[in-house]
Design a protein around this ligand. Structure first.
Ligand code: TYD
Length: 138
C-alpha cells in the first residue's frame, strides 16, 4: 500500500523534473510518492483531434493522467456534481482522478495520454451510461 495521502477530488499532482532545457527532463512516478499503488499502465495515441474519447466513469478505479506529448482537454463531472475542465499540456503534471468521475477527453494533434491506474482492467468497473452515472450521483 502507498503511504501517501489520497485525494477526494480531481487534483493536479506536480512531479519532479530532473534535467534542464539543454538536455531535456526526466519525471518519475513511483508507488512511494503516489496516492495508490500502480497495477496497470496504458497509453492512448493517434487519436484524431475531432474525436472525443472517454464518456465513462469508474466505480472504484483511481487514475493519474498525463499528456506526455501534446495537450489533452479533460472535462469532468465529479460525484459532487461539479463540472471541471483541465488542460493537460505539461509532461511533469498528472491529473489524479478519484472514483466516480465522468470524463471526456479531446486530444491535440499527436497528443499521447499516459495513464497510471490503481487496478487491472475490469469492464464491470466502468459506468458507460451518462444517465446511469447522473442517477448514481444524484
Ligand atoms: P476505454 O477505456 O473505453 O477508452 P477511452 O475512454 O479512452 O475511449 O477503452 C477502449 C477499449 O480498450 C475498450 O474496448 C476497452 C479496452 N481496454 C482494455 O482492454 N484494457 C484496458 O486497460 C483499457 C484502458 C481499455
Amino acid at each position: 500500500m502507498s503511504m501517501n495521502k489520497t485525494f477526494d477530488r480531481p487534483t493536479i499532482i506536480h512531479f519532479n523534473k530532473i534535467g534542464n532545457s539543454s538536455i531535456g527532463f526526466i519525471s518519475i512516478a513511483e508507488n512511494s510518492i503516489l496516492p495508490f499503488d500502480i497495477k496497470r499502465v496504458y497509453w492512448t495515441y493517434f487519436t484524431p483531434q475531432d474525436v472525443i474519447r472517454g464518456h465513462h466513469a469508474h466505480k472504484d478505479l483511481q487514475q493519474i493522467l498525463f499528456a506526455v506529448n501534446g495537450s489533452i482537454e479533460v472535462e469532468l463531472i465529479t460525484k459532487e456534481k461539479e463540472t471541471l475542465k483541465f488542460n493537460l499540456s505539461n509532461p511533469s503534471e498528472g491529473l489524479y482522478l478519484p472514483p466516480m468521475c465522468w470524463r471526456t477527453l479531446q486530444f491535440s494533434h499527436s497528443a499521447v495520454l499516459l495513464c497510471l491506474a490503481s487496478e487491472e482492467y475490469t469492464e464491470s468497473d466502468y459506468i458507460r451510461s451518462k444517465e446511469e452515472f447522473l442517477k448514481l450521483i444524484a
